[in-house]
Design a protein around this ligand. Structure first.
Ligand code: BG6
Length: 459
């Protein structure tokens, strides 16, 4: 294994969403988001407390700094800063992000802001059906413009939608504030199209007014492998990649849908609120880098795919474990070479800097209240993925801006499960027992610290 140093200015850091960190769901004028209304289940807590970073951000920023990080990707909670998503600015809510951003900058940590990570203001979900509505697109753009105006002098790196390609799958009905409807394919395409318009409008606004900002597209990149070399497996895996991954990167870089996707829409008579003028809006997209989350690859078996289904619905079936890969505690295939492959592929195909802004492994871990947690599996995961990224940079010639781990201070998983942990720092809370939320460095904390101090050389 060759030791290699990253270029000067390479970013190393952490990445989170607001509902998975902040807590403080009903104070300082915050209005409700759809997450605030989700009840606890037998296995999980509600979303009201998360890891209480709202009150503990100084301590958390100190921990990130102690790990030698120089970037932290956060999300602004729309319902915290704008009353009900379409009302007045909430100064006390906005002040929290001022404190957070200033706290980062004081510590030499570059902020990256994401504007939307699935937490639609509850009123807009209920009254407008979330991103099904063009009014919500306008409300969102107005919120985004206000945030750009407020933070542009202090925050250079921006993402609009977390994992934007998920709006082009059945996940759209969970993450876009979709409150009522029959979850038809037309509705899914409409939601996706509306989010693309919002992204395009904000990227144009940002570049027109603040040319120094760096604006990224972001997808959940789970590359799809064919289960065998049977042509039908290869065909459907390629098609699935086209709909889920390439379509987005084509939109970000050219402002045009993939021709294969357009052909599918036409041939199937999909009604998705494509209006005159939309093509011009999309043509205004400006993208500086292509970001993605990467946790795993997946494998598609054509025998398990029902005939005639939309390619972006394949994710609901057809998938199986890749027998050549080891699985995490939660059944996700571990595939560092897949990471190298998509970095290199994305750079080859689109020629823009690539930015993995979420990577990590969810593990089951218990703390005995005394001894350090020896999370060797997490160290092995990140070591192999950073090594793979370095291979993409030094051997394949890809340009990469940085590497952000996901939830490197423990946070509840996307299913509100505190037992699925990604952190290098243990947070002492459970489901639903909040305990004292003490932050306790694990073994990987010290490993990250030296890796980041050596700019990726000492793995
Ligand atoms: C990403 C999401 O897809 O994956 C996060 O942006 C999520 O919100 C992360 O937490 C890890 O997934 P999970 O389900 O293990 O929490």
């Amino acid at each position: 294994m060759t030791a290699r140093k990253m270029p000067k200015g390479f970013f190393w850091g952490n990445s989170v969403s607001s509902m998975q960190t902040e807590g403080a769901w009903n104070i300082d004028g915050k209005s409700l988001s759809v997450y605030d209304l989700r009840p606890a289940t037998e296995k999980t807590a509600d979303w009201h407390d998360a890891i209480d970073e709202y009150h503990r951000y100084e301590e958390d920023l100190d921990l990130l700094k102690a790990m030698n990080m120089n970037m932290y990707r956060i999300q602004i909670s729309w319902s915290r800063v704008i009353k009900d998503g379409d009302g007045e600015i909430n100064p006390a809510g906005l002040a929290y992000y001022d404190r957070l951003v200033d706290g980062m900058r004081q510590r030499g940590i570059e902020p990256m802001i994401c504007l939307y990570h699935f937490d639609m203001p509850a009123k807009l979900a209920r009254e407008e059906n979330g991103f099904m509505s063009r009014k919500v697109v306008d409300d969102f753009v107005s919120y985004g413009e206000k945030m750009l105006d407020h933070f542009a002098g202090r925050v250079k790196y921006w993402i609009v939608f977390n994992e934007h390609n998920l709006y082009f799958t059945d996940e759209a009905f969970n993450i876009a504030g979709y409150d009522h409807g029959d979850q038809s394919i037309g509705d899914m395409y409409q939601i996706f199209h509306h989010t693309m318009l919002a992204h395009a409008r904000l990227s144009k606004y940002a570049h027109g007014k603040y040319p120094d900002l760096k604006f990224g597209g972001m997808i959940a990149y789970t590359p799809v492998y064919p289960a065998t070399s049977k042509p039908v497996d290869v065909y459907l895996a390629r098609k699935s990649n086209e709909f889920l991954n390439e379509n987005l990167n084509k939109l970000y870089t050219t402002g045009k849908y993939s021709t294969e996707v357009l052909a599918w829409i036409k041939n199937h008579g999909i009604q998705a609120d494509f209006q005159a003028g939309d093509a011009d809006i999309l043509a205004g997209i400006h993208t500086d880098f292509l970001a993605f989350s990467y946790y795993r690859s997946t494998t598609l078996n054509a025998d398990k795919v029902p005939a005639g289904e939309a390619p972006n619905r394949y994710l609901n079936w057809g998938f199986e474990h890749n027998r050549f890969l080891e699985e995490s505690d939660f059944g996700w295939d571990i595939d560092p070479l897949g990471f190298r492959n998509i970095i290199t592929h994305t750079y080859n195909a689109y020629g823009l800097p690539v930015f993995p802004i979420e990577n990590g492994i969810g593990c089951l871990e218990k703390w005995d209240g005394e001894h350090e947690i020896a999370d060797d599996r997490r160290i092995a995961y990140h070591r192999s993925h950073i090594q793979a990224m370095e291979d993409a940079i030094f051997e394949d010639g890809a340009e990469v801006l940085g590497y952000l781990g996901w939830g490197l201070i423990d946070i509840p998983s996307s299913h509100a499960d505190m037992e699925k942990r990604y952190g290098a720092v243990y947070v002492n809370r459970g489901n639903p027992d909040l305990r004292d939320m003490k932050r306790v460095p694990k073994k990987s904390f010290y490993w990250f610290k030296k890796v980041f101090a050596s700019n990726g050389e000492d793995l």
